[in-house]
Ligand binder design. Structure first.
Ligand SMILES: [Zn+2]
Length: 120
């Protein structure tokens, strides 16, 4: 439907969807890539990602991927609170250690580690 889209129609699409929110994604830019409408989106989590706009409108893509990640998080074992101090110490004592590396060790997401370290 977007092949040979006229400039007028392109403008219409932009007006309709720019700065609109779909799930966690806010569309901040739209452009055509080989006649596929792509959307630059900013997610609630702060990530910016380029996604096929059609997938956003039909509800197939609702986040940058963090939503799927969070759902995955729910089924994995959460880190016991008693381990928090250890994790914070680990992070602070070794500056080369990234959230992801610690997360991998505990089998959780880096967002989890980030939250623990930042005390949220
Ligand atoms: Zn996100």
């Amino acid at each position: 439907m977007l092949v040979n889209t006229s400039p007028k129609r392109k403008n219409k699409i932009l007006q309709r969807y720019l700065n609109k929110k779909f799930g966690r994604l806010k569309i901040i830019n739209l452009f055509f890539d080989n006649n596929v409408l792509m959307a630059d989106c900013i997610c609630d989590c702060g990530n910016i990602k380029t996604i096929n706009a059609y997938n956003i409108w039909v509800g197939k893509t609702k986040s940058c991927g963090c939503l799927r990640e969070e759902n995955r998080m729910k089924v994995i074992q959460k880190i016991p609170k008693s381990d928090y101090a250890k994790i914070i110490e680990e992070y602070n004592s070794n500056k080369k250690m990234t959230y992801q590396e610690i997360a991998n060790r505990y089998g959780v997401t880096k967002q989890n580690i980030c939250r623990i370290v930042k005390g949220r």
